[in-house]
Ligand binder design. Structure first.
Ligand SMILES: *Cc1c(COP(=O)(O)O)cnc(C)c1O
Length: 227
């Protein structure tokens, strides 16, 4: 009941904005995902490839699976046949592997480029200048089995809302800058993935199109998952 109420509350906040809710279900048991599904939730986010593949087998086919965590190249194969969107593309090596797996499974895999916007040392992602450089390349020839649909970012883990807002705005500015350019045919600025339980309101106000919300839907996670 609580999961359902949390989803309905979030949906009400998002309605009116063209922003969709991803229920981040990492570490949560299947029963909780099914409860969210019964409440109408169809977009789920996971950060581990094998966990996502196992859950995909256990949930109905109309679920959209979003990979949001750092993805090792040797794990792409587990999710390549079905993943709806990989938010966490943080290197060319990974993009190359996704392309290879896309070709193998005869599909074009939708991806976002993860951009480094936080003031933390351990975060993954391209910096904005690298993304601008990448957008100049013949990405449709280099990675024909990949479609880049936008950008993803994570703000610094802080209580300083001005800082979070500034970091989201930085990502939004890059998004708009790219949107106004001629991009490779397989690159489109449609999705801006930013905002989690603690900061989704700020992200929404800054133009996010996909918020990734875990604890505000499912409650605290079991701490077995090393993040
Ligand atoms: C876990 C995770 C989230 C969700 O975090 P909550 O604080 O539980 O909402 C969002 N994005 C990424 C990349 C995550 O790893």
């Amino acid at each position: 009941m609580e999961i359902k109420n949390n989803i309905k509350g979030l949906e009400a906040e998002l309605s009116g904005n063209s922003c969709r809710l991803i229920a981040v279900s990492k570490t949560q048991p299947i029963e909780k995902l099914l409860e969210a599904y019964a409440a109408g939730q169809r977009l789920f986010g996971e950060n581990k490839a094998q966990e996502m593949a196992a859950k995909q087998g256990a949930l109905p086919n109309d679920v959209e699976w979003h990979m949001i965590g750092h993805l090792q190249t040797n794990k792409v194969k587990y999710i390549a046949p079905f993943v709806a969107l990989i938010h966490s593309v943080d290197s060319l090596r990974l993009l190359e592997e996704i392309n290879k797996q896309g070709k193998k499974f005869n599909r074009i895999i939708p991806c976002l480029l993860q951009v480094y916007i936080a003031q933390e040392e351990t975060k993954f992602g391209f910096d904005p200048a690298e993304v601008l450089q990448l957008a100049e390349k013949n990405l449709d020839q280099l990675y024909p089995n990949v479609e880049i649909k936008g950008l993803m970012g994570m703000a610094t883990l802080t209580d300083n809302t001005d800082q979070i807002r500034a970091e989201f705005q930085k990502l939004k500015n890059l998004f708009d800058q790219l949107k106004n350019r001629t991009l490779p045919p397989n690159m489109h600025m449609q999705e801006l993935s930013m905002g989690m339980s603690a900061d989704y309101k700020l992200a929404l106000a800054t133009g996010s199109t996909l918020v990734r919300v875990g604890t505000a839907i499912f409650g605290e996670r079991i701490k077995a998952n090393h993040e």
